[in-house]
Design a binder for this molecule. Structure first.
Ligand code: PMV
Length: 343
């Protein structure tokens, strides 16, 4: 077991991408999703976060990707307050967090960010939460973060309780049991203009399709869960693309419409479809609240899919990922070396 001096710990987490999406909340204050979701955790992208609780600090000191930002700091402090309340302490903390991929551009940086923070802060404070409680805690930072506590395939329950105690993720299948690969086509490095939080609230209030979106989500989730359990790629492909496109239909029908795609996004979607339908490759696309395209592939299709997407005009980079582990404690020195930012 990795140990750290009292009051400090470092954790690593990977982003996850949803194959059955969530878009909309049943409770804003507790960050409770209106529908369940199913995701895969990616091994190639990382957030590393070091937390040090220090009685000498008068306020939290939060450095994200080498920058101090007042709005982000308020969010992180409020998140740390949840754990401080649980531990019965008021001690302030220094947090240093680094992503090795673009932040806020549809690569789920908030998922890996809050999962890593939950795991590091829990260890640093000695609160010793179990995995379900860590998932519930991570959810308070960002809905999708609840899923990054786990590796491989994970399912997030919307739950029905008003206190949100039943809204957390659980592991469905290990990465090694079905080692799919994901080709991520980066079509911009710019952060999105409408955050998921703002966008999904607007969709809930204004999209005429919102109610149907929530109702059909439960069926999609059941089909996807069955497809994962039986390793049925074609079934997962069909339900995965359907869930993604239905979510974007809700986004587009929001007033004013949320258009997260650019031209390269659409071209990548067409190429993926053609690789599957014309060339018989095991691949399907999914896209979140941003213009990056994630092509989920059977292992032997990934190299060819990457070659094709790399050639699309407007694609700036292509990242190949496998499925990764859940959020975990790492040695402090690893973070210091990786970030160049001694915590
Ligand atoms: O984690 P949040 O609350 O920022 O929302 C993420 C929403 C999507 O990524 C678009 C879909 C999902 O289920 O991850």
């Amino acid at each position: 077991m990795i140990t750290s001096p009292p009051g400090r710990a470092s954790a690593l987490a990977h982003p996850n991408i949803a194959l059955v999406k969530y878009w909309g909340k049943r409770d804003d204050a507790l960050n409770l999703p209106a529908s369940g979701s199913l995701s895969i955790t990616l091994d190639r992208l990382h957030t590393r976060t070091a937390v040090r609780f220090d009685p000498a600090l008068g306020a939290d000191d939060i450095v994200l990707n080498g920058r101090r930002d007042a709005a982000e700091s308020r969010k992180i402090s409020a998140f740390l307050d949840l754990l401080r309340a649980h531990a019965g302490v008021a001690t302030r903390a220094c947090v240093v967090s680094e992503n090795d991929f673009p932040t806020g551009a549809g690569l789920a940086s908030s998922a890996s960010g809050f999962a890593a923070l939950a795991v590091a802060a829990d260890r640093a404070l000695g609160t010793d939460l179990d995995a379900s409680s860590l998932s519930r805690l991570a959810r308070r930072g960002s809905g999708s973060a609840a899923r990054s506590i786990f590796g491989g395939f994970a399912e997030m329950a919307a739950g029905t309780r008003a206190d949100g105690e039943d809204a957390f993720a659980r592991p469905l299948l290990d990465a090694a049991a079905w080692p799919l690969r994901v080709v991520i086509a980066i079509t911009t490095r710019t952060a999105k203009s409408t955050s998921s939080r703002t966008g999904m609230d607007l969709s809930r209030r204004t999209s005429p399709f919102y109610r149907d979106w929530i109702t059909t989500g439960a069926g999609d989730l059941e089909v996807a869960r069955g497809a994962v359990r039986s390793r049925d790629f074609d079934r997962l492909a069909a339900v995965g693309e359907a869930s993604c496109l239905a979510m974007h239909a809700v986004m587009l029908s929001t007033r004013p419409g949320l258009i997260y795609w650019n031209g390269a996004t659409v071209e990548c979607m067409q190429r993926v479809r053609s690789l599957r339908e014309r060339d018989g490759l095991g691949v399907f696309f999914t896209i979140d609240a941003g213009p990056q395209v994630k092509a989920v592939c059977l292992p032997d299709a990934a190299a060819q899919v990457a070659d094709v997407l790399r050639d699309v005009a407007g694609v700036q980079d292509v990242i190949l990922s496998g499925l990764g582990e859940g959020a975990r404690i790492v040695a402090d020195s690893e973070l210091e070396v990786a970030s160049g930012n001694p915590a």
